[in-house]
Ligand binder design. Structure first.
Ligand code: HEM
Length: 200
């Protein structure tokens, strides 16, 4: 588990990007003052060789993947879309049938409901994306488990796993998540492969 966290944290460090920051009011004010000064210098001098003022430096702003995905709210709606799209694959859906609540709203003992799985996935991706969430934590009344514990014995093949990840990437792209961020999320999902895939 510790190892999984480390892998994921590494991916996220790679996911931090620098975006140019728009000049703040302070910089604009500074620019106006310096323009005023050079105008004054011009009027008092016959020297035509006036140095050009260098444009103000634009300090980069760091954003986390968590922020770029729209924090908890954005990640919750993205995960909901990811799960809906993945469930269109009948072979994937089959794995989740025991997690669909019966007419009394119940699932077999020791099993999370679909809603709880989705809530755990939100928690996991939020934590992995640099949010304040911690995984495995509690979500929707369920104590989320590690990837190894929650997928043990399910017999998920590499082929199904890869299809799930490809479907998730397709969903994120459709939602307008930029290519580089889709790749980071794909990397996070793929880092769980060894804990999830059996019968290789
Ligand atoms: C691609 C990376 C994947 C991630 C990050 C992931 C994440 C999760 C999470 C957070 C949970 C809830 C944890 C818990 O039950 O305590 C869960 C449960 C589950 N996942 Fe995954 N999952 C992945 C791939 C898959 C795939 C490919 C399948 C099958 C097609 C699958 C099937 C399931 C099932 C059936 C459960 C419920 C297990 C149970 O009823 O005990 N998962 N997964």
């Amino acid at each position: 588990m510790q190892e999984q966290h480390t892998q994921i944290d590494g991916q996220l460090a790679a996911g931090r990007t620098r975006l140019p920051k728009a000049p703040g009011l302070g910089l604009v004010a500074l620019g106006l003052v310096s323009l005023g000064l050079s105008a004054a210098a011009c009027s008092n001098s016959t020297d035509t060789n006036v140095e050009e003022t260098a444009p103000p430096a634009t300090p980069p702003v760091e954003t986390t993947l968590y922020q770029r995905l729209g924090e908890a709210e954005g990640i919750t709606s993205a995960v909901s879309e990811v799960v809906q799209d993945a469930a269109m694959d009948e072979e994937v859906l089959e794995f989740f049938l025991p997690n669909v609540p019966d007419e009394n709203g119940e699932v077999p003992d020791g099993k999370p409901t679909l809603a709880q799985i989705e809530a755990c996935l939100v928690l996991q991706l939020s934590a992995a994306a640099g949010g304040p969430e911690v995984y495995p934590g509690e979500a929707a009344g369920w104590q989320c488990r590690t990837m190894a514990d929650s997928h043990a014995g399910l017999g998920i093949s590499e082929e199904i796993f890869d299809r799930f990840v490809a479907s998730a990437a397709g969903t994120l792209a459709r939602l307008g998540v930029p290519e580089e961020d889709v790749a980071i999320v794909g990397g996070v999902l793929n880092s769980t492969k060894d804990d999830i895939v059996e019968n290789q």
